[in-house]
Design a protein around this ligand. Structure first.
Ligand code: NCD
Ligand code: ZN
Length: 481
């Protein structure tokens, strides 16, 4: 048998170990990992001397804005940024135009993504007050999971009431899919923002004052209670504060199937950076006081937080630099800079490169039913690889990043450790820090290979459907009532 590609002289990294090994790839899959002289003949060989071979990162939280906001990003520019960042699979959020809330809209988004993506992807379906009935058609159309906004978000998607949330959890619990939550409580933030505006507060730190950590603590706690009651699997997006860790730890200790992510902005930015970056740093949840950083890092180490994602949220420079903080769009790009920012910490000795692989690839794959097709370097796995040079230094320059959003608080940051090649299902999409021509449209939706564990439904006899004998209100009966 002749392999398509054999990679020699690199160091393979798993969640447990880093060891010198060759990797053989055929038909998009890893077929062997081992000694160079145990490899089959190959059409092509790559000398990876000096490089670490990582499973490509799986970023479960990006906003690629397509369809709807081509001036901010689209599937082509967003996945080019992913390829440069060593990210081989992205999960895209549903706050596009129109929001990804029914089967028809989902099909349109699948078509766009499949035509433009350089890397693999999953699409989230929107779980909102009015889309609960669409869960079956969204699953049939191929979603990786659901997104529920407990706080209003970019795109003005209203947050569902707790009543609707419970019903949504009941419905999704039966499917076994995971619900990702923007866990910030809307009514607290709205009230405080109104008061702050009335008091004349319009500078960047007013944004943080409108959303103190209790906003997230309350939402995380409530989400965990509803998850525990229904058995719905949940994921807490963008953990930003030390205070959220207690309800998360307690829920995990009670056996709730809850996972969590944090993002580089909560590990590496703090209130110290507001004056330098102004509105550019505005993001939801906000970048907080520096004393949150160490507990979040420790929570990754002890497994309370399972993974690193980015909340890649591109906007244009004009939208990020308005004088009134309340008029500045929230979020900034990150899919391209996450891996270098984290590898810098590996270089600094704060974590091992195996820790990084656990947080960036292995855990995301496991918790979304993609392991071991994704997130692993072993025979049978998709050959999704990031080949990184830990000694390469880079000063992040917004003008040179792939994202269409050329403005971020990462600008000027010195990092050490860069992906030099990115391989998706055996094919180079980024090689020698250059996008490979002809890879647009190579990306595939991973929902088809997803295998979630069997659902673990609780309180099935008490769900809305059970107590109303499956009755679902139609628009007619509702207006007649
Ligand atoms: C996100 C966006 O711009 O879509 N912005 C952000 O600040 N994180 C939306 C969101 O996750 O709230
Ligand atoms: Zn969010």
């Amino acid at each position: 048998m002749t392999a398509d590609l054999v990679i020699n002289n690199g160091i393979v990294v798993t969640p447990d170990a880093a060891f010198p090994a060759s990797v053989a790839i055929k038909d998009g899959k890893v077929i062997a990992v081992g000694a160079a002289d145990a490899m089959p003949a190959a059409h092509e060989t790559l000398d990876a001397s000096g490089l670490h071979i990582l499973p490509g990162a799986i970023d479960v939280h990006v906003h690629f804005r397509d369809p709807g906001y081509p001036n901010k990003e689209d599937w082509e520019s967003g996945t080019a940024a992913a390829a440069f960042g060593g990210v081989t699979t992205v999960f895209d959020m549903p706050n596009t135009i129109p929001p990804t809330g029914n089967g028809t809209i989902l099909a349109e988004k699948h078509a766009i993504a499949a035509a433009k993506a350089h890397v693999d992807f999953g699409l989230y379906g929107l779980l909102g007050e009015d889309t609960i009935d669409n869960v079956p058609e969204l699953i049939a159309g191929g979603v990786i999971g659901f997104k529920l906004y407990m706080g209003n978000t970019f795109g003005k998607i209203p947050s569902p009431s707790t009543g609707a949330m419970l019903e949504a959890f009941e419905v999704v619990a039966e499917t076994g899919k995971r619900i990702s939550l923007h866990a910030e409580t809307n009514s607290i933030m709205e009230r405080r923002q109104t008061r702050l505006t009335q008091a004349g507060r319009r500078e960047p730190l007013a944004h943080l004052d409108s959303r103190p950590a209790v906003v997230a603590v309350e939402a995380v706690s409530r989400a965990c209670i509803l998850s525990e009651w229904t058995g719905a699997r949940i994921h807490i997006l963008h953990i930003s504060s030390a205070d959220e860790l207690r309800p998360l730890r307690e829920a995990k200790a009670r056996g709730v199937d809850v996972t969590g992510e944090s993002c580089p902005q909560y590990l590496f930015l703090s209130t110290d950076d507001y004056s330098r970056f102004g509105g550019v740093i505005r993001v939801n949840p906000p970048v907080r006081e520096k004393d949150n950083q160490e507990p979040i890092f420790a929570a990754l180490q002890d497994g309370t937080i399972d993974m690193i994602a980015t909340d890649h949220a591109p906007h244009t420079p004009e939208e990020k630099t308005r004088n009134d903080i309340w008029a500045v769009d929230c979020g900034f790009p990150g899919v391209e800079t996450q891996m270098p920012a984290m590898l810098t910490q590996v270089n600094a000795g704060r974590m091992s490169i195996s820790d990084y692989v656990r947080w960036s690839a292995y855990n995301p794959a496991r918790h979304w039913g993609l392991y071991p097709r994704k997130g692993a370097i072993q025979p049978g796995a998709d050959a999704d690889l990031a080949l990184v040079d830990l000694s390469l230094e880079w000063v992040v320059d917004d003008a040179k990043i792939q994202s269409r959003s050329k403005i971020s608080p990462w600008h000027g940051r010195k990092v050490k450790g860069l992906p030099v090649h990115t391989i998706v299902r055996g094919r180079f999409v980024m090689r020698d820090r250059t996008l490979v021509a002809g890879t647009k449209g190579w990306g595939r939706s991973v929902h088809a290979i997803q295998k979630m564990p069997a659902p673990d439904v609780r309180n099935a006899g008490k769900t809305m459907r059970a107590v109303t004998n499956g009755f679902r209100p139609s628009p007619t009966t509702e207006s007649a009532a």
